[in-house]
Design a protein around this ligand. Structure first.
Ligand code: ZN
Length: 297
């Protein structure tokens, strides 16, 4: 039997589904996450959504990407700040029971990263992904595998404390760098200071504003800190904020390199800018499903 896979990317706003078989991508669907997550029985509603796709195409496995913290074995959802209906549940096993097919899950950002890694000439041993969207997505690929940490909490770079900051973070702490360095912060800043400018054109019109210059500096310093700890071969930069018109990618790169440890990391680090599309998270999830389940096919 030819293996086929269903990749699902669950975001705070949208849930996307995509099928993959024999190098073909098909059956892309995008629905509002609220359409199932705000139902009284959210898991049943999610299963019904997935079932509608499985009725078109029988698959060998389903991979979910979720925006939050999973247990180290990736069986249990621990904390999804934007979709609390799934917290503290063994979501993969419960869905597998309802759907009758194997289901696995990982952080959504690891699926973006897997897609980007597979675009390189060869898989590196060590790479770090930083995807700046609503929050700071961070993916760690160490020794040829994703690194999840002892408790599933690795790669939470957005929750490093930032000096002189006491803003509350959705994680429950105060002062996390993400509260000052994310798409959420940009949207709040724009609404308060430049309400007449469409958010997508913020850097085109106001990129020289000291507050936005300070934003780039914070982002570069935060990323450089992680590079100096891990010294990866590749840094992959992506996410919706970096895709905004006239986002100063060159300036960000300069800030990062100014703080890299000379000579090794500064001379050796390769930076790749990701070109994420609407389907990338799903495509990465399909590829992750193949890596995860292929031994069973
Ligand atoms: Zn936090």
């Amino acid at each position: 039997m030819t293996a086929s896979w269903l990749g699902i990317d669950i975001g705070g706003t949208s849930t996307r589904l995509l099928l993959n078989a024999q190098q073909e991508w098909y059956g892309f669907r995008k629905v509002a996450t609220a359409s199932w997550a705000q139902q009284p029985q959210a898991l049943d509603a999610l299963a019904a959504l997935i079932n509608a796709t499985l009725e078109q195409q029988k698959v060998s496995g389903v991979m979910l990407g979720l925006p939050g913290i999973l247990s180290r074995d990736r069986q249990q959802v621990i904390s999804l700040p934007f979709i609390q209906a799934l917290d503290h549940q063994p979501v993969a096993a419960l869905l597998a029971q309802r759907l009758g097919v194997p289901v696995a899950m990982d952080k959504d950002v690891n699926h973006l990263m897997l897609w980007d890694l597979l675009q390189l000439d060869a898989l590196p041993a060590h790479a770090v992904g930083l995807y700046l969207g609503t929050g700071m997505g961070n993916s760690l690929w160490l020794n040829g595998n994703f690194y999840h940490g002892q408790h599933g909490g690795a790669g939470e770079i957005g929750h490093m404390p930032w000096r002189d900051n006491d803003l509350p973070c959705p994680c429950g702490n105060q002062g996390c760098v993400e509260t000052l360095t994310s798409g959420s912060w940009l949207a709040r800043w724009a609404a308060k200071n430049q309400a007449a400018t469409p958010l997508a054109q913020l850097f085109s019109h106001h990129g020289d504003h000291p507050d936005l210059q300070a934003f780039i500096a914070r982002l570069g310093q935060t990323i450089a800190s992680e590079m100096n700890i891990l010294d990866p071969e590749y840094l992959i930069l992506g996410g919706g904020v970096l895709a905004m018109a006239d986002f100063p990618l060159g300036q960000l790169r300069d800030v990062i390199f100014r703080h890299l440890r000379p000579p090794v990391t500064r001379q050796g680090l390769k930076v790749v800018f990701s070109s994420v599309t609407d389907q990338t998270g799903c495509r990465g999830a399909c590829l992750a499903a193949e890596r995860h389940f292929r031994r069973d096919v």
